[in-house]
Design a protein around this ligand. Structure first.
Ligand code: MG
Length: 341
């Protein structure tokens, strides 16, 4: 197998603001793995936030991964185990290689990924459409763009949360979920905010307080009625046993956990521990979003919307109709390059 990488930049239609940062553009590495004339494609976000440190030098990491790929693309588990040992911490690069190997195997077998995963493509969940933190006027403009999406995810975690959620609730009957990205400083503040937000019929609250405070999450859950989901606290399967009893669910992201196989492991462990699962994303293109979408029949909730927020997505794969995720039926990921580049 031969691996190559290409760095691409994508741009958001609107600046996207959360309690932690503001994004206008994003870089990804497209990873291609060739075997017997067939090419599998994956995406690795070039991001400092995915791994909680510096942006990964994906090209350099992929070069080092070449020696660990071997000759058989179907030995994905062994290849990933070698990568975990040889490239520790390289979660985005590993995710991109994991996605490319799955795309390659699906193409070699001539079947879409959801069939490789033994899943029913009719059972995909609805995805939410995310509205970042903004002025009430700008949020209302974004609400116009979000028409047709039955679930909205509102970013909160800064001053004025309740007022912003009220502005949206007054104008839409959509299901509203909120994501504080750890922006409320402690359990007491989170409990106060969540109990205020309950008046606006909020479906769930994501990562109310900074990660690492399990007692805080447990306290919040005891004193509020809205389901609590962990995101920044739930990066890999190793994080999950500590979260059992502290939250109602977790948000799984390919770029944080290291790819599709680890994501599947997280889904099953979370379900075994009595937690629901949301499949989420960072600012990514349709390439890695389609990979996550192929797993979506396994989970209760989806937040696979960042391709909808891009103005120059170079790929085409999953579709979203009235919020429902539609999986492509082509072999592997079923993703094609568009003319954007
Ligand atoms: Mg989140």
């Amino acid at each position: 197998m031969r691996i190559s990488t290409e760095i691409i930049s994508v741009h958001l239609k609107w600046p996207f603001t959360t309690a932690q940062d503001r994004t206008v553009a994003s870089q990804s590495a497209v990873i291609r793995i060739e075997h017997d004339g067939v090419v599998g494609m994956g995406e690795a976000k070039v991001s400092a936030d995915a791994c909680g440190g510096q942006a990964e030098p994906v090209g350099e990491y992929a070069g080092r991964a070449q020696a660990m790929l071997g000759k058989d693309p179907f030995r994905i588990e062994q290849i990933l185990a070698d990568l975990r040992r040889g490239l520790p911490g390289a979660c985005c690069t590993r995710a991109g290689i994991d996605i490319a190997l799955h795309d390659l195997c699906g193409k070699l077998l001539g079947v879409p990924l959801y069939r490789l995963f033994a899943l029913n493509p009719d059972n995909t969940p609805l995805t939410s459409y995310t509205i970042g933190i903004d002025t009430p006027a700008a949020m209302l403009t974004k609400l116009q763009e979000a028409r047709g999406y039955p679930i909205l995810k509102l970013k909160v975690g800064v001053a004025g949360d309740t007022e912003r959620v009220k502005v949206i609730r007054d104008r839409t009957p959509a299901v509203l979920r909120v994501d504080a990205n750890g922006g409320w400083k402690n359990a007491a503040e989170a409990i106060e905010r969540i109990n205020q937000l309950e008046a606006y019929d909020v479906e769930l609250v994501e990562q109310p307080i900074p990660p690492g405070n399990y007692d805080g999450l447990r306290t919040i859950r005891r004193h509020t009625r809205v389901p609590i989901f962990a995101d920044e606290d739930a990066r890999t399967s190793e994080d999950l046993s500590a979260l059992a009893g502290c939250v109602d669910g977790i948000n799984v992201k390919l770029m944080e956990c290291g790819g599709l196989r680890e994501a599947i492991r997280m889904v099953h462990i979370a379900h075994g521990l009595g937690m629901q699962v949301m499949l989420g994303c960072m600012v990514e293109t349709s390439l890695s979003l389609t990979a996550a979408a192929h797993l979506s029949p396994l989970v209760e909730h989806a937040d696979l919307d960042s391709h909808l927020l891009l103005r120059d997505d170079p790929f085409e794969g999953l579709k979203v109709r009235q919020g429902r995720i539609i999986l492509p039926s082509g072999a592997g990921l079923g993703v094609h390059e568009t003319d954007q580049t």
